[in-house]
Design a protein around this ligand. Structure first.
Ligand code: PNS
Length: 168
């Protein structure tokens, strides 16, 4: 059984993320979406909300699970018995950071392989931060995030009001 982890912040999940999840689910027997609990970064959505949003979007994939984790990714991988990290690459600008992380993870555990998938060209400009910014200023986020979570994002932003402690 080849089990892969697709790690990230997912604040919130975008169509670019979902595209990678969908493609990874065809390559691996099981894909675990790992949502990082980062105490140093204020998100728009808390961890439980992020996990719930992703679960709504992946409910039709029978080999995709969603879990949160804290600390080192390689320790989470060990706990869930996964050996492959899946990452999406959007542009050359992603490469340096991703290359560094892949080498570090491989140094920490040489049995872990990182596999990169090129983002679908139609999502190459997309990021969670830009989605939040567009939504915050009333722009249309259809086609940027799965339809099923559009209202969750709009409602969350309207509840947050002027309280912009969360980081774009
Ligand atoms: O969506 P993001 O914020 O780009 O995801 C980054 C993530 C969660 C993949 C990365 O920050 C991570 O793996 N964090 C866990 C800490 C860790 O294992 N660091 C060692 C590699 S440098």
């Amino acid at each position: 059984m080849k089990r892969a982890v697709y790690p990230g912040s997912f604040d919130p999940i975008t169509n670019g993320h979902l595209d990678i999840i969908s493609r990874a689910s065809k390559v691996f027997d099981e894909v675990i979406v790992g949502v990082l609990i980062n105490p140093n970064k204020n998100g728009l959505f808390n961890i439980e909300e992020r996990v719930n949003l992703i679960q709504k979007c992946v409910k039709n994939f029978n080999n995709v699970k969603v879990e949160s984790f804290s600390g080192l990714l390689i320790n989470f991988m060990k706990n869930v018995e996964a050996t492959v990290i899946v990452k999406g690459l959007r542009a050359v600008s992603d490469f340096e950071y991703e290359f560094q992380m892949a080498l570090m993870n491989n140094k920490l555990n040489p049995n872990i392989e990182t596999v990169f998938m090129m983002t679908n060209a139609k999502y190459s400009y997309l990021s969670s931060s830009s989605v939040k910014q567009v939504a915050m200023f009333g722009g249309c986020i259809k086609d940027l995030v799965p339809d099923i979570i559009i209202n969750d994002i709009i409602n969350k932003l309207s509840k947050e009001g002027d309280n912009q402690l969360w980081k774009l």
